[in-house]
Design a protein around this ligand. Sequence first.
Ligand SMILES: O=C(O)C(=O)CO
Length: 315
Amino acid sequence: FEGPHRICEDHVGELQKHFTLITMKQFLENKTEFSQKIQAIYIWGGRPVIDLELLGSLPCLKVIASPGAGLDHLDLPLIASYGVRVAHTPHAVSTPTADLGMALLLASARRVVEGCQLAISPDTVHFPINWPGQEVSGATLGIIGMGTIGYKIAQRAKAFEMKILYHNRNRRRLEEEAAVGAVYCARLEDLLQHSDFVMLAASLTPQTQGLIGRRELQLMKPSAVLVNVGRGLLVEQDALVEALQTGVIKAAALDVTYPEPLPRDHPLLKLKNIIVTPHIGGATHQAREQIMRDLVESILAALHGFPVPNEVLLK
Ligand SMILES: O=C(O)C(=O)CO
């Protein structure tokens, strides 16, 4: 793995119970010795980059363990061509990511971050009499990407009495739709035009990259809020900046951007109608522990030639 500076202490501890750990730095310093020994790679934050050179130098490599759900940092066909398996942990992060999606939605609707800044500012003398927040009950939430995370967001939104539309590659079963009161929009345009909140919970693929661009933003209501807990590249960021600056949409709340973090002088960070969090969708103690349990299980299974739990299979 990339090295202790990039990895939580508890991850190292849990991994050390089962495996001998070699950091990327140690590997690079002594390639000849370690290249014959490494059987698994643990990725954190997209590092180390798994490329031809690395794969070619590790003849004993059996599995790549990637915490979280997203796989956009991996060249899956390349990895498969080396006979190496990939395991991730989509279940461990789905609940906290759905929670964060709702947290961002509510924070944006009630302008929590702006309110907090005002409440703690040394310049504040009086609290505002009118604080123009928005209630989410009765509002329409459009969820783009109705996988496990999207569906959990729908369950939460139902509890907040929101109306739910969704757009997804595949339609969910009728019972699943009925359980959360979700209405399928085959056309993304329909969802965008009718939603008060648009939630991006899709994975990043060549098909979804830039899914929300200038045209899509213009289809949204001027009062609408865009929330993104998927990947930054789902949105054309320059178009989003322009839409937020010119009132094409009301606000955005983003857990993901590109790059991460944004350069400190990025125009998105200068806007008032934005909330940005540091990619913390899966960042809870519970998820961290579950991720490690899942990955240790997957790595051990791969090393012993057993079926690998949460294995990523090429479609
Ligand atoms: O699981 C993932 O891929 C995440 O990015 C969680 O935020």
